[in-house]
Design a protein around this ligand. Structure first.
Ligand code: ISJ
Length: 448
């Protein structure tokens, strides 16, 4: 097939010209491609689109409390005045993929699975393989600089050859698990929940989401692309993501939770909080779902999130509306879910909204500052990028961010999984322990 050419940028070529070139290829296995792509590597699969990307045409990195603002400004500067006109499908337009750390500057002393992960990193990928929602697959190359056009073309040729020559050799089975270590352990978790409940009953804290970490040592070598594919098969309706910065491990997961999507002035988000398990039969499933719908404790936990999201969005919105509270059913767990939509008063960048929303009380708590303090006091591990915003934004300031739960960070033969629960005044430590186990299952099952 003749290459489809994106037009040159409409501005004179200069240091920061962005050129994108792409070509449609016959269906290739994205997981296999993922294993071939250089660092920094990112993958994003959601809402009918799949992207596997590697290398960097531009990277934005930020640390500290201003990380959202810094990334937004750097992103705007990168795109400023450089509309990239292109014949490629919209899914192949230049987008920056990446995410943020949950806390600012929360670094473990010494060795941590998060070594190599800055507080924020976004990459305009040098190479992407994109599967669009109409099922076509594109290899896309992007370059910046004075000779961006010729560079992007050369890169495209190279990668089309490489991608077309790939054999599908991903292992079908997971690596298997040799050893599991919970931080905190069972007893420690109960103590932690009891202490949080006590604090809520005594004072002004209303809800706090406490998490645990589960470190697993693997039997065989880990193929991250294979685990990513397995997650994608089991959780096709979730946001599947992978971020592997240069010099770091692999952070990946399959999360059901949208933090925010901005498309022009229309914004979509949701409250996802309140959980129960899956039944062994459809009847048991239904029973559990209706018990969840009727549970005062879960409704309270959920409604706090709805109210907080509405008030966090209100300074930006001319209108906000919420849909019905329903039950979202996933392979191992069911949640209460309320969709929220809003119309923006101005063209606020998606990253401004990310900053306003993160962390929602679905992963932080209420009041936010007291909850974050409680989390830092209680949790004996670094959350790193767990439960934080991961996703993409484009030149228009549109974008989609998910909340990076049901996730893990992998280094060599060791994977650290994270899972948390909302604790309120009538939380029961035993139930919370069982619930948190359900939330490890997506990644755990993919590794077993
Ligand atoms: C924090 C997590 O999940 C969050 C907490 C939930 C809850 O407490 O019921 C439900 C969904 C998520 O918003 C996690 O999976 O790690």
């Amino acid at each position: 097939m003749e290459p489809l050419r994106g037009d040159e940028s409409s501005v004179e070529p200069d240091e920061t010209t962005i050129a994108t070139r792409g070509r449609e290829v016959d269906g290739v296995a994205l997981g296999t491609v993922l294993g071939e792509l250089p660092r920094p590597t990112v993958a994003w699969s959601a809402e009918g689109q799949r992207v596997a990307a590697g290398g960097s045409a531009a990277t934005i990195t930020a640390d500290g409390p201003d990380r959202f603002d810094h990334v937004r400004r750097a992103g705007e500067a990168l795109f400023a005045g450089r509309a990239v006109e292109s014949d490629l499908p919209r899914a192949a337009r230049p987008r920056l993929f990446g995410g943020f750390a949950f806390h600012e500057g929360d670094k473990d002393e010494g060795e941590s699975p998060w070594d190599g992960f800055p507080d924020a990193q976004f990459v305009l990928p040098a190479v992407q393989v994109v599967r669009t929602d109409d099922g076509s697959t594109w290899v896309v190359a992007t370059a910046t600089g004075p000779s961006a056009g010729t560079e992007a073309e050369a890169r495209l040729d190279e990668w089309v050859d490489r991608v077309e020559g790939l054999e599908d050799t991903l292992p079908e089975d997971g690596p298997g698990i040799e050893r599991r270590t919970f931080t905190p352990d069972d007893a420690g978790w109960r103590r932690q929940v009891e202490a949080a409940v006590e604090r809520i009953r005594r004072g002004t804290l209303r809800k706090v989401v406490l998490a645990g970490a589960l470190t697993v040592d693997l039997r065989d070598e880990l193929s991250v692309p294979s685990v990513y594919e397995r997650l994608s098969d089991t959780y096709p309706d979730c946001f599947r993501f992978l971020v592997a910065p240069e010099g770091g491990g692999h952070f990946f997961g399959a999360t059901p939770e949208r933090l925010i999507s901005r498309d022009g002035r229309t914004v979509r988000t949701e409250a996802l909080a309140g959980s129960t398990g899956r039944g062994d039969t459809p009847e048991e499933d239904e029973w559990l779902a209706s018990e969840l719908q009727d549970s005062e404790k879960d409704r309270h936990e959920h409604d706090l999130v709805v109210e907080a999201i509405k008030s966090q969005l209100s300074p930006y919105a001319t209108s906000i509306s919420t849909g019905d509270r329903t039950v979202r059913r996933l392979a191992t767990v069911q949640h209460l879910q309320t969709p929220v939509t809003a119309e923006l008063a101005e063209d606020d960048h998606v990253l401004s909204l990310v900053e306003a929303l993160h962390p929602t009380p679905a992963v932080g708590g209420l009041p936010p500052d007291e909850a974050l303090e409680t989390i830092k006091d209680a949790e004996a591990f670094d959350r790193g990028w767990y439960a934080s915003p991961v996703g993409w934004f484009d030149a228009e300031g549109d974008g989609t961010f998910a909340v990076a739960i049901r996730s893990a960070v992998a280094t060599e033969r060791r994977v650290t999984l994270f899972a948390g629960n909302g604790i309120v005044s009538d939380s029961d430590p035993d139930r919370e322990w069982d619930e948190v186990q359900l939330k490890y299952r997506p990644v755990l099952d993919a590794l077993e």
